[in-house]
Design a protein around this ligand. Structure first.
Ligand code: TXA
Ligand code: MG
Length: 323
């Protein structure tokens, strides 16, 4: 079965909001990656979403809301530094983990007393979220629209390839073009005295410290579950190698300055880190599409966005680890 990809006209967006509010699933574009949306207040819809992804039910998901005002519905506390981050980076590729309100059910938080929340920066996602709230909803949960452990989709077609077999005929995908950022949002734990980065992303440590006026807390081996923090995640089917010499028939993903050897298939030549982030997942998907056995992915050095790239590339390469 092939799930329908629809162009996001106003009518289609209203249809999507109504479908969500009656328990359906809609894949929506965001600026990071595509998400598989379900009404965050509907336990049955959320259970269907987990089933479609093949994701363990105790893994918490991110609530997506249209604006900062709606965050109040979902959280019981919003520390000053977290408000500064929200004002600086929302809408944008940042998720805040905050103490939950009673509205945030166990079925979205994995039984934790916190909730993850973000305002995405994509016109289609924002229109959909605004329409949903206008019709009485309070937000959607939207994990990346891939099967559990697979590479996150950055185009509508990639979502269809991932999830067509697992969605109902009434569910559909909103086409919002190619995602700008290309890597999942930065996740920041805001339950302590200082912000703590749980998943690196396009909102970097430097940006967080500047906007919040607070030093980021050191990694503290948190017990909070972050599914993306499992070692093997974001993995294509082919073997991913981080170093060595690609041979003829191998794939190569690296910054433009890295030369391509004879017979090697160059899958991406990003000029800078921003381009690298937006091209990485598509290039990994292309490696599988071409049926390559091995793809070499050379991570960029440095901090900032390079940290997020290093993180995702290492996870793509982790083999034989628990998913
Ligand atoms: O960019 C993104 O964040 C994308 C787009 C679609 O918005 N979404 C995304 O969702 O990456 P997902 O479910 O693939 O990853 C969400 C991450 C998971 O690693 C989950 O464990 C973590 O957020 N998370 C959710 N609730 C949490 C909580 N209360 N505490 C700590 N981590 C949490
Ligand atoms: Mg994911």
């Amino acid at each position: 079965m092939s799930v329908e990809i629809k162009q996001p006209t106003d009518d289609v967006i209203e249809q999507a909001a109504r479908h969500l509010l009656t328990g359906g699933l809609v894949a929506m574009p965001t600026e990071t990656v595509y998400g598989l949306a379900a009404d965050a207040e509907n336990k049955t819809a959320v259970a269907r979403m987990y089933a479609a992804k093949g994701r363990p039910a105790d893994h918490p998901v991110i609530v997506h809301v249209p604006d900062i005002a709606t965050v109040a519905h979902w959280v019981s506390d919003f520390p000053e530094y977290a408000k500064k981050l929200a004002q600086a980076f929302w809408p944008g590729p940042m998720t805040l983990v905050l103490p939950r309100s009673l509205a945030a059910g166990d079925f979205i938080t994995g039984n934790q007393d916190t909730v993850a929340i973000r305002v995405p920066d994509h016109p289609v996602a924002l229109k959909l979220l605004n329409k949903l709230c206008e019709l009485g909803g309070k937000g959607v949960v939207a994990p990346s629209a891939n099967r559990y452990g697979a590479v996150s989709p950055t185009t509508a077609v990639a979502v269809a390839q991932e999830l067509s077999d697992y969605l109902d005929s009434q569910d559909f995908i909103l086409d919002g073009g190619q995602c700008d950022v290309g890597l999942e949002s930065t996740i920041i734990d805001c339950t302590g005295a200082a912000p703590k980065v749980l998943r690196p992303g396009a909102v970097t440590v430097e940006m967080i410290e500047q906007a919040s006026g607070t030093k980021v807390a050191a990694e503290s081996g948190t017990r909070i579950r972050v599914s993306g923090s499992h070692k093997k995640h974001y993995s294509p089917a082919c073997q991913v190698l981080l170093e060595g010499e690609p041979k003829p028939g191998d794939g190569l993903i690296a910054l433009e300055e890295v030369a391509t050897g004879p017979g090697v298939l160059r899958l991406a030549s990003p000029k800078n880190l921003t381009e690298y982030a937006s091209q990485l997942y598509g290039a990994l998907r292309e490696a599988d599409h071409l049926g390559l056995k091995r793809v070499f992915v050379f991570a960029p050095a440095g901090a900032g966005l390079a940290l997020a790239l290093q993180d995702r590339i290492q996870r793509a390469a982790a083999k034989g680890e628990e998913k």
